[in-house]
Design a protein around this ligand. Structure first.
Ligand code: ADP
Length: 254
């Protein structure tokens, strides 16, 4: 079971910012999307999520991911979400099940929200307005909304960028569990290469709107590849568990 894109192209004002011949992600795996600023990571997720017009094909299990099928299959968490500031956390998260909600919100609907909030350690925030939260707390609320939708595909744009270390690890562990234990296809834009090394099964690297390379995380996170991609020299440090982790040493100046 696979999420695939073919000949995916996105243009802004006639300028092509993403041109991807082929890429794919498997169920049961966490796929990281990496690359320098402006290379098209957000554009790629938006195009797959259908929130940005694109040409080409996005397929799920061999079928075109039509506008009708998309909300049944995937949930997308954007990087920067300023929407719904006046709503409470409970209301915002409930919107994750908008398609299933009736005229009245049932007890089961509320319980579902609380379960997700508890999983993310933020059930105490349920009654608070979104604008009363910190950036990190808001990020967890948007993640809760995406999880409540119970998607088969989770598209997350830098979901840990505002989180402290503990919450970063909790969220990444949760995402990896959702992939490995519950069979979700999880696609995450990440800047933290140590997190990519520790949590991602596969890596897709973009460069100037095109595919640089895609493969197993351990094969992709090599000094040569990272030097080409980010113009930095990296050291590979070994963790106590034996995992090799890329640590940036210096920028390659020209
Ligand atoms: P990344 O997520 O890798 O940092 P983006 O996908 O956000 O990059 O952007 C890819 C390219 O598209 C960049 O060159 C960016 O300047 C451009 N871009 C993004 N949004 C717009 C927009 N609304 N109008 C025009 N160009 C845009």
């Amino acid at each position: 079971m696979t999420l695939q894109v073919h000949d995916l192209c996105v243009q802004y004002s006639a300028q092509t910012v993403l041109q991807l011949e082929h890429a794919h992600w498997e169920c049961g795996q966490l796929g990281a999307v990496i690359g320098p600023n402006g290379c098209g990571k957000t554009t790629l997720l938006k195009a797959i999520a259908g929130v940005l017009p694109s040409t080409g094909q996005v397929q799920w299990q061999g079928r075109e991911l039509s506008p009708a099928l998309r909300p049944q299959v995937l949930a997308y968490m954007p990087q920067d979400n300023q929407a719904s500031q006046g709503l409470t956390v409970l209301e915002v998260v409930l919107l994750g099940r908008l398609r299933q909600l009736g005229v009245r919100v049932s007890t089961a609907d509320r319980q579902g929200v609380y379960q997700v909030l508890e999983r993310l350690g933020i059930s105490h925030l349920a009654g608070r307005s979104l604008h009363q939260l910190s950036g990190g707390q808001r990020q967890l609320v948007w993640l809760a909304q995406a999880l409540l939708a119970q998607p088969q595909v989770l598209l997350l744009d830098e979901p840990t960028s505002a989180l402290d270390m503990e919450h970063q690890l909790q969220v990444l562990q949760l995402l990896r569990d959702l992939a490995h234990q519950h069979g979700l296809c999880v696609v995450v834009v990440l800047h933290d290469l140590a997190a990519v090394a520790r949590f991602a099964d596969t890596v897709l690297a973009l460069q100037q709107g095109c595919l640089h390379s895609q493969g197993a995380a351990a094969d992709m996170l090599q000094p040569d590849c990272l030097a080409q991609l980010f113009r930095v020299q990296v050291d590979m440090l070994q963790g106590f568990d034996g995992l090799l982790i890329p640590v940036p040493r210096c920028a390659i100046l020209v």
